[in-house]
Write a protein that binds this ligand. Sequence first.
Ligand code: GRF
Length: 210
Amino acid sequence: MTRLGILLSGRGSNFLAIHRAIHHGHLPEAEIAVVLSNRMDALGLAAAHELGLPAIAVAANGCKRAEQDAELVSLLHQYRVDLVCLAGYMRLISPGFVRAFPDRILNIHPSLLPAFPGLHAQRQAIEYGVTISGCTVHFVDEELDHGAVILQRSIPVEDGDTAESLAARILEQEHRAYPEGIARVISRNYEVQGRRYVRIRPQAAHTPSA
Ligand code: GRF
């Protein structure tokens, strides 16, 4: 079993999509070990609590990011988390946190990276006038919305789309893409070559020669 640690700051629809995927047997090798938030009032945290999952707020309380992240890392170790999934976690994580889980932190972003990193990606896409957008599941490194891409899903931007209507359609894709990205990472059938996520065949079972 791969134990997932979810970090969120808001409504938590991606967290719930991951939870549903596990519940419906689409992620048979994963379980959610803990849900953490930097916001006590995050709806996603309340939802996790209602589902009976360990749900913990680690408020900043004026402490520095590195200190808050050290507390998060310690909780993730305490809950024996193997894979960290940022799901609408609205705080840049510190280098120490990234190093504590090398290649084991994922994020989902509502654009086709490297286009439109950062906040309000859907509004940025509308304002730029792109005709295709989508979402990206990627590894997290020390730069914002930057690590190697695991998968992307694209959708057309329709005439008359607003940032809100585009965000809603991208979100539908996110809810499919994130569990799929997690499944790919859990399978370990990949290598990261530079920035490139490259799928490899599962290792064939060793058959002794006659
Ligand atoms: C999503 O659009 C995700 O791509 C971005 O933050 C939003 C979180 O939404 N990183 P939710 O809290 O999962 O509903």
